[in-house]
Design a binder for this molecule. Sequence first.
Ligand code: FES
Length: 236
Amino acid sequence: MDRRGFIKICAGSAAALAMGVPRVWAEDFRDFSQALLTDTDGAPLKASTLGTEEAYIFHYPYKGVPCFLINLGKPAASMTLSGDPLSAEKGPYTWPGGVGKTSNLVSYVAICTHQLSAPNKDISYLRYAASGSELAGAPGKIVCCAHGTIFDPAKGAEHIFGPATYPLVPVRLEYNPVDDSLAATGIAGHHLIDQYFKSYKRDLIKEFGPGVYRESVGGHTIMQLLSKYSESIPAC
Ligand code: FES
């Protein structure tokens, strides 16, 4: 199945979200409390131990907001991406590029900017296809199999193909070369999260508990492989 032949694999609950999605996703970064990324035992992760085969997932800045951490295996330089050209007040924005010893680590809010499909414990239609996929073809792309969108994580998660129009929202990471640790310190495009909470309220309450999904993650957040977090990850 090539891109043209890609119709719709599974809309899932995203199908109910066709209306009311804001037109602008990126804006200036907003600071949040710093959260150290840890393993499932609470130990600070070592950035140099991260693999390149798939995305890692953590939650930030709220307990109900999934984010991807990806080791590209190569540097990713800062670049300017376009905001919504139809909006007077939201123009281009600067993606800061990768962090880590070789600027190879990137992070994005794992909520698709098309209809807000996002990983949960049951399923993730959004994934990092490190070695390529039927839809993406080339390796190293993020694909959303809800409706077939491709993003490029090496270029600020800019939109490459499919029904989404805007890049994924970036997460700001800080790398500490002294102890090889990583911390999240902010995100852009907070209005995407507002919309996600509104649209997925029932699912978020079910997974995290009433109100819990809106709570801050605090000073640390657990990171694990996406394949350990989501039971099913459809391929496309
Ligand atoms: S939610 Fe439609 S392509 Fe991601």
